[in-house]
Ligand binder design. Structure first.
Ligand code: NAD
Length: 265
């Protein structure tokens, strides 16, 4: 698995396994399957209602803790104390001594004090990296103007239909890595039967999904695709043995409208 280095030197696998909308009943089994396929980076959130099951899978896997990278997210705390309680809850649900990366899931509540709490837990060694998700414009500036620790990532909607090249450049200039949520556009817009992606895939003997993910990896965007299908889990990891050429990239970039496709941020 290829890795990237966050702005504090922490190493993160470039591909993670996203567990949004995986029911608590299925999560432990899915995460264990993902580990078997080779994933070592899991992306969850308080709002996915499956942190406890992610924690159970980590324990059951018997993989060394240091080999697994876990991201979770909080939001909505109205005070510093509430944010601390949310971080404590995440640690206890995941049954971990530390969390690899904690993000503010989206701007809500007192984001400055939430971020301050995350900075204090970072200093205490309970969070190895901290960052943001869905922060743009004024909300992003508010954190950047008050923080002591620069966010490691901003996890935002990024895929072939919304490639976020301009935002990525702005973040990169501030030392923040772009992490893609819904790197497969959550399956929307007929991405898997998109004729451009299929045509490029044929050339490289890869699927449309693999072309869409490879495009992000080549731009140094972190990705966290989700699937409950083991063949797809493997397929989404198998993207390091081909390289897109300039013609491919020009065609892929014509697909992007740079506006929200999934209707959140
Ligand atoms: P995704 O873009 O990963 O797409 C998932 C869909 O594609 C599913 O329907 C899956 O069955 C299908 N799929 C996956 N691999 C496939 C393949 N190889 N061939 C065919 N179909 C395939 O969707 P997502 O879950 O919306 O996003 C991924 C992760 O991003 C989430 O699980 C979550 O961890 C994170 N996320 C974060 C936010 C945020 O606000 N921070 C928002 C949405 C998602």
């Amino acid at each position: 698995m290829e890795t990237a280095i966050l702005n504090n030197g922490v190493i993160i696998p470039k591909i993670g396994f996203g567990v949004y909308e995986i029911s608590p009943r299925d999560t432990k089994k899915c995460v264990l399957s993902a580990f078997e396929c080779g994933y070592r980076h899991i992306d969850t959130s308080f709002y996915y209602h499956n942190e406890a099951e992610v924690g159970e899978a980590i324990k059951a896997s018997k993989i060394k803790r240091s080999e697994i990278f876990v991201t979770t997210k909080i939001t909505g705390a109205k005070t510093y104390a509430e944010a601390c309680a949310m971080i404590d809850l995440a640690l206890s649900k995941l049954k971990l001594d530390y969390i690899d990366m904690m993000l503010i899931h989206w701007p809500s509540g007192d984001t400055i004090n939430t971020y301050k709490a995350m900075e204090d837990y970072y200093r205490a060694g309970k969070l190895r990296a901290i960052g943001l998700s869905n922060f743009f414009g004024k909300e992003l500036d508010k954190i950047l103007n008050s923080c002591k620790i620069t966010p490691a990532v901003n996890q935002i909607e990024t895929h072939v239909f919304r490639n976020q090249k301009t935002v990525q450049k702005m973040l990169e200039n501030k030392g923040i890595i772009t992490e893609s949520w819904s790197p497969l556009a959550s399956g929307e817009n007929n991405i898997f039967s998109n004729s451009t992606l299929i045509e490029i895939g044929k050339k490289h003997n890869k699927s449309a999904a693999q072309v869409a993910l490879r495009y992000l990896i080549e731009r140094n965007v972190l990705i966290i695709p989700r699937s409950q299908n083991i063949a797809h889990m493997k397929e989404n990891l198998d993207i390091f043995d081909f390289v897109l050429d300039k013609v491919d990239i020009t065609k892929i970039e014509k697909l992007s409208k740079d506006e929200p496709l999934l209707g959140w941020y």
